[in-house]
Design a protein around this ligand. Structure first.
Ligand SMILES: NC(=O)c1ccc[n+]([C@@H]2O[C@H](COP(=O)([O-])OP(=O)(O)OC[C@H]3O[C@@H](n4cnc5c(N)ncnc54)[C@H](O)[C@@H]3O)[C@@H](O)[C@H]2O)c1
Length: 351
């Protein structure tokens, strides 16, 4: 999809959450396309070193609910807004539901208000296909399916964000787009207590620890390489056919968690194996598999990176940045059974 990149040359683009796992990759792609990028990020789940360093990047370190920071960001007159900042993700929202509502609910509303007043040409909202289809949806997951069975505050507020987008589109004519991401992974995601399974598995495997599987390992996820999500975002921020639409950005294939764990252990030479721990109560989805037909039709989306290749690129990024990653990764023993287990394992090993 590199042809979309020409569109961004000379444009001003605001990326909220531009230091994050997906946002940092998007920011880099936009800079390579000749855009001026304003990154608005409070570094609550990212590090200063993950903000792409370039004269084309203006970094505003602040919260998306901070009026002064919003004025500063919109003073740069963005043509396109990518709203990726979020209180991430399920377990975090279970532990801190009010903060989740504040950032993912009110924060998204504020961004839409500012974008609408500033007359931006496009507002792209990072929705979550892993969240909003609930646990009772037929596979493959299609955009027309709606669920009332959402099991965490994060899942609820990601859906609320889409509904607010619809309001601004219908009422004010703001050109919104709502790509729904599925289980993104790749270079740029720092492991941590509230992070996704792939960076955490790689981190623990590189430390020689057993990989904690919550549940029986038979659950599947539609893991999507971050570069493919970025390609989809570049199309979403540009093509007229995307306006007002929601569509899945996924790989369109399933991987079992137990297979993922075995692949990570093999690729990193970790002989500590797997440890089964109790399933998290909110984790009610046994399988995730998305239809990507609508994204293909609307924006010509076509994921390019297969899972083995994407995993290898991710492990390579870990090896190249190991010291920074090790310093930044934080695994406070919280409410997640996976993290509790790791904390216990580490304590056992210290004895
Ligand atoms: N990673 C996935 O698998 C996935 C799947 C579906 C949807 N999404 C959505 O995509 C977006 C990006 O996800 P990600 O994986 O890059 O997450 P991430 O946590 O790596 O990135 C989010 C960024 O937002 C920043 N942030 C958080 N709260 C903020 C606030 N109040 N003010 C300013 N900045 C704030 C964080 O510091 C971080 O840099 C999120 O909206 C997420 O809900 C992600």
């Amino acid at each position: 999809m590199s042809l979309f990149r020409d569109h961004y040359s000379g444009k001003s683009v605001l990326v909220t959450g531009g230091a994050g796992a997906i946002g940092s990759n998007l920011t880099r792609a936009l800079v390579e396309s000749g855009a001026q990028v304003i990154v608005l990020d409070n570094l609550s789940s990212a590090e200063r070193w993950s903000v792409p360093s370039s004269p084309s990047v203006l970094f505003v370190e602040a919260d998306i609910t901070d009026e002064i920071a919003l004025k500063r960001a919109f003073f740069e007159k963005p043509d396109v807004v990518y709203h990726l900042a979020a209180f991430f993700a399920n377990q975090n929202s279970v532990d801190y539901p009010e903060r989740d509502l504040e950032i993912n609910g009110r924060g998204t509303l504020k961004l839409l208000q500012y974008a609408s007043l500033a007359g931006v040409a496009r507002f792209v909202y990072a929705s979550s296909g892993s969240s909003i289809y609930g646990s009772d949806s037929p596979l493959p997951l299609r955009e027309e399916f709606m669920s009332m069975h959402l099991s965490t505050p994060y899942q609820i507020t990601k859906m609320v964000g889409e509904l607010y987008c619809n309001f601004f589109y219908n009422h004010y004519g703001l050109k919104v787009v709502k790509p729904r991401f599925f289980n993104s992974y790749g270079p740029g995601e720092i492991p941590g207590q509230y992070r996704n399974v792939i960076p955490n598995f790689i981190f623990w495997a590189m430390k020689g620890l057993p990989l904690p599987i919550t549940g029986d390992g038979e659950a599947t996820r539609d893991f999507t390489f971050v570069g493919d999500i970025v390609d989809g975002l570049l199309g979403a921020g540009h093509l007229e056919s995307a306006v007002g639409q929601e569509f899945n950005l996924a790989s369109g294939s399933e991987t079992r968690i137990v297979d993922l764990a075995n692949m990570v252990n093999a690729a990193t030479g970790n002989s500590a194996g797997i440890q089964y721990v109790s399933r998290r109560k909110w984790d009610t989805k046994s399988r995730l598999l998305a239809s990507i037909d609508r994204a293909k039709d609307l924006i010509g989306y076509a994921p390019k990176t297969n899972f083995e290749e994407g995993l290898e690129l991710t492990i390579q990024w870990f090896r190249e940045n190991w010291e920074l990653i090790e310093d930044s990764a934080s695994f406070a023993p919280g409410s997640s059974s996976a993290v509790r287990q790791i904390a216990t394992t580490r304590a056992d090993q210290q004895v």
